[in-house]
Design a protein around this ligand. Structure first.
Ligand SMILES: *Cc1c(COP(=O)(O)O)cnc(C)c1O
Length: 303
């Protein structure tokens, strides 16, 4: 029914601090192209699209979106046509220079580039009608894949000994992943989300999906906002790869683990805590970020 992914393993990260033990759940290794939380969020959406007889998937995303890459690849694997509504009209002539869009195009995805203003109104009835006129009928997957079915898929991230951890940490974009993790966690576990963007309505969005209150958002590690980056973050990511052989992406998992390591060093977690940090993938985005870093003369990210 749906293509196979590998079960993720929890990799021990040997830090000697306050007897805190840290493991990273390697969801990034679950599939070559549809890795991490994007597979989780697509699983039940793709099943539903198939069940309802749709042959085309339509979704939304930015120029370097992990979700766009995942939908394009999953669509190809499952025999769906895919359409990506992309934020930024100027990208129309830039596909060849954008590794994410190039990958999606090679998977067969068709694009519709829209202005930022139109993109903001993407869920409006009038815009959807326009899209139907242009492309015919399709199954809509929301931005980032976050809807009730996406959350349901993320409820499968924790299993087995994962329920023995005191803290589960994950990066937060639209909030679907953390919602699934919260719903399947034990009430005695604390789920900590690290938003990758600044100031939004994430608390509200998460509250819509969750059935428990054992969670909190730590908002100190967005590095200035979505996809914003600085030398500290690049050096942290490269150091983490060197020390623990775990590659991180600069938009989500790099910021989350920077936060987790910083909190450990500050004694935030009680002595003896067992922490599981979820590696939600996103490594396809490193290429695009490195092109940007090169232009800015900042060292690049090693993966
Ligand atoms: C999309 C993404 C997230 C954010 O997930 P949400 O469910 O939108 O909160 C986190 N990490 C990575 C690597 C992602 O690609």
């Amino acid at each position: 029914m749906i293509f196979k992914v590998k079960d993720s393993v929890n990799q021990f990260v040997n830090i000697s601090n306050n007897d805190v033990r840290l493991y990273v759940k390697r969801e990034d290794l679950s599939h070559e192209f549809v890795s991490g939380n994007k597979f989780r969020k697509l699983k039940y959406n793709l099943k539903e699209a198939r069940k309802q007889g749709f042959e085309v998937l339509l979704t939304f995303g930015g120029a370097y979106s992990n979700h766009i890459a995942a939908v394009a690849s999953a669509g190809k694997l499952m025999g769906f046509e895919t359409i990506g509504v992309i934020r930024g009209e100027e990208l129309y002539g830039e596909i060849e220079r954008n590794p994410t869009l190039m990958f999606a195009k090679e998977c067969g995805m068709k694009f519709k580039f829209v202005s930022r203003q139109t993109y903001r109104l993407k869920t409006a009835e009038t815009f959807l009608k326009e899209l139907i006129k242009e492309f015919g009928t399709f199954y809509v997957i929301p931005e980032g894949g976050t809807n009730a079915l996406g959350v349901k898929g993320c409820e499968e991230i924790l299993r087995g000994t994962d329920f023995d951890f005191d803290y589960i940490c994950c990066s937060v974009g639209t909030g679907g992943t953390i919602s699934g993790i919260i719903n399947c966690s034990k009430p005695s576990q604390q789920v900590l989300g690290f938003p990758a963007l600044k100031g939004s309505f994430l608390d509200k969005d998460i509250s819509k999906f969750v059935t428990q209150s054992n969670w909190d958002l730590i908002t100190d590690y967005h590095f200035g906002g979505y996809a914003k980056i600085n030398l500290d973050l690049v050096e942290f990511i490269n150091g983490f790869k060197k020390d623990y052989d775990i590659p991180l992406d600069p938009v989500y998992t790099g910021k989350m683990l920077f936060g987790v390591m910083d909190l450990i060093s500050k004694g935030f977690f009680p002595e003896g805590s067992k922490i599981l940090a979820i590696h939600t993938g996103g490594l396809q985005g490193v290429k695009g970020m490195n092109d940007y870093l090169k232009k800015k003369n900042i060292p690049q990210i090693e993966i």
